[in-house]
Design a binder for this molecule. Sequence first.
Ligand code: KMH
Ligand code: ZN
Length: 275
Amino acid sequence: MPGTLITVAPTGAELVKEDVPNLPVTLDELVRTAQDCERVGAAMIHVHIRGANAEPTLDLGRLKETVAALRSETSLVVQLSTGGAVTDPEEDRLRVLEAMPDSASCTMGTVNFGDDVFMNRWEFVVELHKRMRDRGIVPEYEIFDLGHLAALHRLLDEHGLPAGGHVHVDLVMGVPGGMPGDVSTLVAALRLIPAGATFSATGIGRSSLPVLLASLSAGGHLRVGMEDTVSYARGERVRDNAQLVARAAGLAKIAQRPPMSPAEVRTLLSVAQSN
Ligand code: KMH
Ligand code: ZN
C-alpha cells in the first residue's frame, strides 16, 4: 500500500472572514498556514486567494505572488483553484493558469452548489484541460457528482491524457446539490474512476470524517481543510487548518499509510520536482 497524499484546502471562496476569524486570507496567513500544515503531514495545498478586503479574487498579480511565496517558504505542491467562486467568469478562471502553479483544479461538470450553480460547461472544461497540458500544469479533476466521472472518460477519450500522463481525481462529496458524502457513494465512484488513476476524497461539512475514513480504507488519498469544514467535532469549531491535517495524518498512520512527502507526491502525480 502506498502512503497517503494529504492535501490541505485552507481557505476556499465561500467563507466570510467576519464569520470565521481564523480563516487564512492574507498572504502571510496563508504562508504560515501552509508551513504549519506541511510540518504535520500535508504535501499539497489547494489555494483560493483573497483580496485586500478578504473577498475572493482571481487577480493574476496576487496569484503569481502567492505561488512564488509558497514555493519559497514551503516544499508543498502548489495547486491553484480554477473553480474560484461561483460568480467568477470563465476567462478569469482560465487566466489563473498564467500564474504557472504545479497543479490546478479542473471541475468536470456543472453542479448545483447550495443555492447557487457552479457552472462548468463542456467547452470550458476542454479548454482548461488543453491549456493545462500546453503549460505542463498537472490537473486535479474535481468530481462533485457521479456523472462528472463519465465526463472525465469522455474528456480523456476525446482529448487525451493530461500533462505528465497521470490522472488524479478528487471526489468532492457532500456539497448540497452534488453526490452525498457516504461510503456507498464512494464505492460507486470508485467503479467509475479511470484505470490507473489515483484519487483523493473530500467530505464537506459533517461528511468530512466518514469520507476521510472511507477513502483511507479504500486506498485513496485525503483532502482536508477549512474550505471544506469549519467544524472539528460536534459543537467544536476548527482551531486552524493544521489541526485538520494533523488528525488526517494520525489516521493515515493508524491505517499503515503514512503521509507522503511533497517529493513523493510529485513522483506520484508526475509533477515536476521543485528546484
Ligand atoms: N468554490 C467553488 C465554487 C475548485 O476549487 O476548483 C469551486 C471550488 C472548486 O472550490
Ligand atoms: Zn476549491
